[in-house]
Design a protein. Structure first.
Length: 579
């Protein structure tokens, strides 16, 4: 059996893992890359398979970074089944269409830009119509139900506690007359999240794919986080200011509504207008109400008692752009919950434009902000943010409340992992920034003695195949073949397969042998962007160091230094002229 790590490796977005067993080829998740042009270019890259060859896609949950490329695959010939829970299907119905719509708008915008510079039009990755068409390939499965997909492959979806309908997936495969078990954690929620049930513990597995979004940190407790939010709201009320919350349309928005409804029920805050300014969030809230079987006991109890925890006295759903614009004309205090959660698109950008520069406004981040996104830049302390061609000063009070996260923190991940009983468990740590995944993999090895590794994007491995070369994998117990210089047990940089082989699917004869030179798989766009980043970083560092030297005075009189700097500056000028 073989695996190729296609997405969600060393990044949180673009989740996808390709599995191959005999002639059967399938994916677990099929997500879109998000966070800047270089990484998003991967969405257009050729797949290492033809979509027609895939028999099915097992979908952990509806978030676009897990489901977003399904319409593209269907458009390109996928005719298998997308298997997911019913709530995931309901959510995908609105989220994929919304995503198609965003793709159309972005392609239109890009084409207008291209026209001005004499270049060709950009086609959308897929349209809202493509998304609609892709829905007919979905097949739903209940939690805990065992489904046989083909000879020797069975699956079961269990609660992942991340968002409505989210699942971790267990896969049983027959290999060499033995049954082996793979588990994909999907995105894993922390315990005690409101509305939905906690992640189900899993006891048995041979190989686990574990997410690591927050693998390096501990969230504050929910109690503390709610208190922090309450303090922010009360302060905003006293100053007649607004609280702007960028939130994923699904789950985070409903979590905030739920929390506010509880605060009001306990009379801890007065009723204020709460604007849900995201058509997607509005549809998602309706879908929540349609799927009460996914709720936890507490929420079911509230519903039984006649209370709707997703209702507020002054909740205002704004569907039209006019209604959305009117929010900021209202001088009274209020809360604005809008998408996208990472501020890269959507109506939230208009609200940021209105509030970032106001010192009395509060911007509250409650979800993960991926590298390269507008949200991440604000959280990282940018002084200005460019929105709609305008530089906006960041003077508002910016807060990050980790306790509302839909992802388990390090403690939660390790706690969930502690249920596994197999001492030979092998763990692929994914869905995290590289440094964080590495750190978690090290901790997993130290604490549980499980073999853990952080695969690279588009790396390929054999699963359950007898080891051919002892040097190919030091420290391995013999059933897990990896590339040269790789090893489980802590942070390691596994080698990649040769780029040539990647485009034609699995090619066992291309297996990397120790000492073989490995070509990096990087598109020209990615190379371009990483070079630019390097240059920027290098320039900043240089400036800092020069400043320090200037303060010492002696150094700036050094003729050799001056000469070298002159050369660098000349080289840059030359480059600029040529461009
Ligand atoms: Zn997710
Ligand atoms: Zn995710």
């Amino acid at each position: 059996m073989k695996v190729e790590f296609l997405g969600g490796f060393q990044t949180v977005t673009g989740s996808a893992t390709l599995l191959e067993k005999d002639s059967l080829l399938w994916l677990v998740d099929c997500g879109m890359f998000q966070g800047g042009r270089a990484i998003e270019e991967r969405n257009r890259n050729v797949h290492p398979y033809h979509p027609r060859e895939l028999s099915f896609i097992l979908l952990t949950h509806a978030h676009i970074d897990h489901s977003g490329l399904i319409p593209k695959l269907v458009k390109e010939g996928f005719r298998g089944k997308v298997i997911c829970t019913k709530a995931t299907f309901d959510l995908c119905e609105v989220m994929l269409k919304d995503s198609g719509h965003i793709q159309e708008i972005e392609a239109e915008w890009q084409s207008r830009k291209n026209k001005r510079s004499g270049r060709e039009d950009t086609a959308p990755l897929y349209t809202a119509e493509d998304a609609e068409k892709s829905l007919r390939y979905f097949q739903t499965v209940g939690y805990d139900e065992i489904l046989s997909l083909s000879d020797g492959v069975k699956i079961r979806f269990q609660d992942a506690g991340h968002i409505l309908g989210s699942a971790l997936i267990e896969i049983w495969v027959e290999e060499g007359g033995q049954e082996k078990k793979l588990v994909f954690s999907g995105d894993l929620g922390g315990s005690g999240q409101p509305i939905i049930r906690d992640p189900s513990p899993v006891v048995e597995a041979d190989i686990l794919w574990l997410e690591s979004t927050y693998g390096d940190r501990l969230h504050k407790s929910r109690e503390e986080t709610v208190q922090e939010l309450l303090k922010i709201i009360l302060e905003a009320i006293s100053q007649q200011a607004k609280v702007v919350i960028p939130a994923f349309a699904v789950e985070r928005t409903q979590d905030i509504i739920y929390t506010i409804s509880q605060l009001m029920r306990k009379d801890l805050m007065p009723s204020i207008p709460v604007y849900i300014d995201s058509p997607l969030a509005i549809s998602a809230t309706e879908i929540f109400k349609k799927n009460p079987d996914c709720f936890d006991e507490e929420t079911k109890g509230l519903l039984l008692g006649g209370e709707d925890p997703l209702e507020l006295p002054e909740i205002k759903y704004t569907r039209t752009t006019e209604e959305s614009k009117a929010i900021n004309e209202d001088p009274k205090s209020g809360m604005i919950i809008s998408a996208s959660g990472m501020c890269d698109s959507g109506r939230i950008q208009h609200h940021l434009k209105h509030h970032l520069w106001r010192s009395e406004s509060h911007i509250v981040f409650i979800g993960y902000q991926a590298e390269g996104t507008v949200g991440r830049r604000i959280v990282d302390g940018a002084k200005t943010i460019r929105l709609f061609g305008e530089e906006i000063a960041v003077r508002a009070q910016v807060h990050t409340l980790g306790g509302f996260s839909a992802h388990a923190d390090q403690r939660g991940l390790l706690e969930w992992l502690s249920h596994f009983r197999n001492p030979d468990l092998q763990v692929f740590v994914n869905h995290g920034e590289e440094k964080i995944s590495m750190e978690l993999s090290e901790i997993i090895h130290q604490r549980f003695k499980f073999r853990a590794a952080v695969p690279q994007w588009r790396e390929k491995r054999f699963l359950f195949t007898p080891l051919e070369s002892p040097a190919a994998c030091s420290g391995d117990k013999g059933n897990f073949v990896m590339g040269a210089n790789t090893g489980f047990n802590g942070p390691c940089k596994p080698s990649r397969w040769r780029a040539k082989g990647l485009l034609t699917g699995f090619t066992p004869e291309k297996r990397v042998v120790p000492g073989e030179k490995i070509e990096a798989v990087e598109s020209p766009e990615e190379r371009w962007s990483s070079l630019l980043k390097n240059l920027e970083r290098g320039y900043k560092k240089l400036r800092g160091k020069l400043k320090m030297r200037r303060s010492k005075r002696g150094d700036i009189r050094d003729a050799e230094w001056l000469k070298e700097l002159e050369e660098v500056s000349k080289k840059l000028e030359e480059l600029e002229e040529r461009l």
